[in-house]
Write a protein that binds this ligand. Structure first.
Ligand code: SF4
Length: 373
């Protein structure tokens, strides 16, 4: 059985209330501080193998992230949830809560919905801190009212420390990948296996995984590249990248590096904490105000890690990422950095032959570039 499903069933057995969160960067610490278990509904590729329920409500030209999250919630998996949290990101996700609400009503199993609006304005242009603080306070009040649990600032600080530790462990693990001690494929498998675990178990699991690779010898140093996208490519595609002689030394993936790349300093007020969290977040097309900093951030990653090329794993039908790819590829090209755009659709892990050919050709190109230096 898929590890996500196993982890979720263990969670259910613990009788804690589970809140399914959309999209990528929810205020996890608030839920945890209130004795709820937040699970972010991404990376469901292995767990959701058909989209029957989703297809009744969402067009099949929506991205796989939205379709799989909808399938999860509207199918019997959704019965494991006690609530749904959502904030505004792309157009697809802005409309999803209403669709889900209606679908759950029709199935006679409505769930409490918690929504906040994150202002998508650059901090230097408009000060929206008060607005966001108010949104966070309203969320806390609604959670208190719905689940009859009080919010405590001390518990919030403890939750912040725990989630920061998880982010830190992921960053340390990524460094082991860059050094060649573990493959990106193994990192991905560990990341997947830690999904839906309570944060305390994630810390244990990741610490053990890190301890295991401490004494490993680094593999031979292949051509270093970066991958970028909303989700990491499926494991067979990652395997094809590594078998082509490319070593993924850094990532700009929303569910990975953009998620764990930044941990704000703890501050007492939850509202102020999230104002800092979203303002200084690693740039991501789903946080519109951060768009101007994307290229600068990619440049810094390339320089820091010595990556010689970039593989963009485009999530099919994600217009937010696709608007940016031509610009990013042009800027990279101007700097003499080769890039490859591959497109991943719902069932692409089963049909990767054409992707494999393009990856092999890209690896040759990177090899030639490196040979010239
Ligand atoms: S992949 Fe793109 S379109 Fe899909 S939910 Fe994420 S940001 Fe929205």
């Amino acid at each position: 059985m898929d590890s996500l499903k196993i982890n979720l069933e263990k969670l259910r057995a613990s009788r804690k209330k589970i809140v399914g969160c959309l999209p990528l960067y929810p205020p996890m610490e608030i839920f945890h501080a209130m004795d709820l278990v937040p699970v972010t509904l991404w990376g469901l590729r292995d767990m959701i193998r058909n989209l029957n329920e989703s297809d009744r409500h969402i067009q099949n030209y929506s991205c796989s992230v939205a379709r799989r999250a909808a399938e999860f919630i509207l199918s019997e998996n959704g019965m494991m949830l006690d609530g749904i949290f959502a904030y505004n990101a792309c157009d697809t996700l802005r409309n999803l809560p209403e669709i889900l609400s209606n679908g759950l009503q029709a199935a006679a199993r409505p769930l409490p919905m918690f929504q906040i609006h994150i202002p998508m304005v650059p901090a230097g242009q408009t000060n929206a801190r008060d607005y966001l603080c108010n949104e966070i306070s309203s969320l806390i009040q609604l959670l208190e009212k719905t689940f009859h649990i009080s919010f405590s600032s001390d518990r919030f600080q403890d939750s912040v420390a725990k989630y920061n530790e998880v982010r830190n462990l992921y960053r340390r693990m990524e460094k082991q990948v860059a050094s060649g001690k573990i493959t990106f494929r193994d990192f991905m498998i560990a990341f997947h296996n830690s999904g839906f675990l309570p944060v305390e178990d994630q810390i244990r699991f990741l610490s053990e995984s890190l301890a295991c690779c401490r004494n490993k010898e680094p593999e031979s140093q292949n051509h270093p590249v970066m991958i970028s996208g909303i989700l990491p490519p499926p494991v067979p595609v990652i395997q094809a990248i590594e078998e082509a002689g490319l070593r993924i030394v850094c990532n700009d993936v929303a569910s990975l590096g953009r998620y764990y790349g930044y941990s704000p300093e703890p501050v007492e007020s939850a509202g102020q904490y999230y104002a800092g969290f979203y303002e200084n977040h690693i740039p991501c097309p789903t946080l519109l105000y951060s768009a101007d900093k994307r290229m600068e951030y990619l440049d810094s990653l390339l320089q820091e890690t010595g990556a010689k090329g970039v593989i963009f794993a485009g999530e099919k039908f994600c217009e937010y990422e696709y608007f940016e790819f031509p610009y990013l590829q042009k800027r990279l090209n101007d700097q003499g950095i080769p890039s490859l755009l591959i497109e991943i659709a719902v069932d692409d892990e089963d049909h990767i032959a054409s992707l494999k050919n393009r990856i092999d050709a890209f690896a040759e190109l990177i090899g030639q570039h490196q040979g010239r230096k």
